[in-house]
Design a protein around this ligand. Sequence first.
Ligand SMILES: Cc1ncc(COP(=O)(O)O)c(C=O)c1O
Length: 406
Amino acid sequence: MFKLNENYLKLPGSYLFSTIGKKVNAYSAAHPDKKIIRLGIGDVTQPLAPAIIEALHSAVDEMGHAETFHGYAPDLGYEFLRDAIAENDYRARGCDISPDEIFVSDGAKCDSSNIQEIFGLDNRIAVCDPVYPVYVDSNVMAGRTGTYDKNTETWSDVIYMPCTAANGFAPELPKETPDLIYLCFPNNPTGATVTKAQLQEWVDYANRVGAVIIYDAAYEAYISDADVPHSIYECQGAQTCAIELRSFSKNAGFTGVRLGFTVIPKELKCGDVMLHSLWARRHGTKYNGAPYIVQRAGEAVYSEAGKEQLKQQVAYYMKNASYIYNGLKEAGFTVSGGVNAPYIWLKTPGNMTSWEFFDTLLENVNVVGTPGSGFGPSGEGYFRLTAFGSYENTVEAVDRIKTLKL
Ligand SMILES: Cc1ncc(COP(=O)(O)O)c(C=O)c1O
């Protein structure tokens, strides 16, 4: 008789965004006349930039001719893309990352959950609280998190690093020593960032205690402050302790196209074993590569035209971010994030819980956001709004929220 992976049965409730989706669908079925504005899920809304569309078309045409047809992609991804990434995302920022340390994939969600496979089950993970839920859930599925406590909504074997108003939503070094540390800056959900000096402390700490940092930089394109690092490899010594995850979803609108990459420096070792070799083995065995067409589209992200067009796209979303941030601040809300990140993190008014505020917004002004408590216990009493809507909808949503009598 077959047996289940019982770790899956330990997962509490449904995925946050399914719960939100169900609530919104029920509301809209009961009130079909209401125009609901969705500033909840972090999905982009602007169309792909012309340089990317052009690259997609031309790659599609190549696939239609025997001479230019492409089958399986090379294990690590096409060289043209890895070269462009190494040059633009790393060497241009003074980071010594070579193309063969870059593994092209179909996105950071898969990579952030798959990467734990190359580590032993007895590694202790440390996560920010609140956190992008994938890091924890994928470790639950693997059986690395111990038992779940319904009351505290925490796992016995996970080290939680609270990110609160008191610490500027930046985690402090944990008291217990972890083996794997998940960090994400600019942060989802809080929109917080850390300076290069702050990140350097984490790198020094990880090297000192022999931990690996899994650094999710999916939102680096939104950074405008000069002292906020785009990559962990801007810090000295990161090559021996950090894996970096990147995505084309938020900088180039690839949420439906799918492309990302993971960087594992060859200097990152456990004894004599390079983590690079293990991930290469895993990639070769379990993954057949992002499509040629999509990798060509990714290359166009780094073309002169692509860079210029995407700068404008990011600026479009950041204009939304500042409208939300300033509008809600004027209305008396306590807000953070939204400066180097497309997320605005606001304190729910009065003593409302995150879900009470979610219901209030949905029912009174027909605006959907994300309850902070869905990202972890320290998110209770907070709420996330995204800047990824259209400008018109963003303005209307903020103006509606301002009419709330709270
Ligand atoms: C922190 C973080 N990492 C990764 C992802 C997923 O990226 P991708 O679309 O490349 O899978 C998201 C998506 O919302 C995210 O917020």
